[in-house]
Design a protein around this ligand. Structure first.
Ligand SMILES: Cc1ncc(COP(=O)(O)O)c(C=O)c1O
Length: 349
């Protein structure tokens, strides 16, 4: 069968627009053939569990799920009782981009905090960490942060350590939405555990799809005392894959060598290159620090409209006209240069 699309065309809309990394496809092919026990009792899932332990510590336990929304909902449900709530940034993906799944499907109350840059701090957490013991208030139980954030910014290990220590002092647990944890670790040049296990994160949603998997994310419990019933919750929330070997084989391929790092470095480098190329174009203003693979900018609306016909990307904020350009593991220098040239062209036709 031939492609129905032009595989040379790249978009700057989302790292999810990218295809599957060839090494991941090879791993899927290698896992094919013959029969393996379904529902996770297979040799690939066993190997995947070990790879996650190598990265996150012996106590870490990983449960593959189908997508990132599910990783978040299953994680948060396993950390909270029905009367408990999750504190997060107002811009958090769980609040803005999951169709209300944590609330509607998970039954989890979110307590949101406005932030200037998508990042919580101990002080910002305190805006919602109150009312303990008051039956009229959903009881704060978890602080959820994302690294990288939805605004392309990064938390350093020290910043996460400060959040975890403050949360734990208040009797709260910490969940990290690591849909782009690989990008954050690559940008800071630290191992994955330096931003999670080593600084006190309790439960992690680990992202695979954006960094080259066909599909698959994982709930990773780093502190066994922080979550319960993940096996059952994953099934109840329709996330137990019968042919799990194919999800697990992808994670093994991503994490057993340096594929995750190579892919994340490439996406981040292209983010930097894009920022450099467009920041010199008069009339284009970068709106946020470019710390990994996302670039946010404001440009004239008519330019956005014309440019978006040539390359797909999202308007992030309809009110201000701010746009988001996202680079992926397969974005190349020539993709970036072609995009920047098209932007310059549309700015000054
Ligand atoms: C920060 C963050 N969390 C989670 C997700 C996962 O979403 P999905 O359910 O689309 O895989 C995304 C995807 O865009 C994201 O950006």
């Amino acid at each position: 069968m031939t492609s129905r699309h032009d595989p040379r065309l790249k978009a700057f809309a989302s790292d999810n627009y990218a295809g599957v990394h060839p090494e991941i496809l090879q791993a899927i092919a290698a896992a094919n053939g013959g029969h393996q026990t379904a529902y996770g009792e297979d040799v690939y899932t066993e190997a995947m569990a070990e790879v996650f332990k190598r990265h996150f510590g012996e106590q870490a336990q990983a449960w593959p799920v189908f997508n990132g929304t599910a990783a978040n909902v299953v994680s948060l449900r396993s950390m909270t009782a029905h009367w408990e709530a999750v504190i997060c940034a107002e811009s958090a993906h769980i609040h803005t981009d999951e169709g209300g799944a944590p609330e509607v499907a998970g039954g989890i109350k979110l307590l949101t905090v406005p932030t200037p840059d998508g990042k919580l701090t101990p002080e910002l957490i305190d805006r919602q960490a109150w009312g303990f013991g008051d039956v009229h208030r959903a009881q704060p139980r978890v602080v959820s942060i994302s690294n990288t954030t939805e605004l392309g910014t990064l938390y350093t290990a020290d910043e996460i350590a400060a959040i975890c220590s403050h949360a734990h002092d208040l009797g709260l647990l910490v969940h990290l939405d690591g849909s782009r944890l690989t990008n954050a670790a690559a940008a800071l040049d630290v191992p994955l555990r330096a931003l999670t296990t080593d600084v006190g994160v309790d439960v992690l949603s680990f992202g695979g799809t954006k960094i080259g998997l066909l599909y698959g994310e994982a709930v990773v419990v780093l502190n066994p005392a922080a979550a319960s019933g993940v096996d059952y919750i994953r099934k109840t929330f329709m996330q137990l894959s019968s042919k799990m070997r194919f999800v697990s084989a992808q994670f093994e391929a991503l994490l057993s060598g340096d594929l995750w790092l190579r892919n994340a470095r490439q996406a981040n480098a292209m983010g930097r290159r894009l920022a450099g190329a467009v920041s010199g174009i008069p009339g284009v203003t970068l709106t946020r620090p470019v710390e990994a693979n996302a670039v946010f900018a404001i440009l004239p609306r008519d330019v956005t409209e014309r440019l978006a016909k040539r390359f797909r990307f999202y308007t992030w904020n309809e009110a201000t006209g701010e746009v988001r350009w996202m680079c992926a593991f397969d974005t190349t220098e020539s993709d970036v240069d072609a995009f920047a040239a098209a932007l310059a062209d549309e700015m000054h036709p």
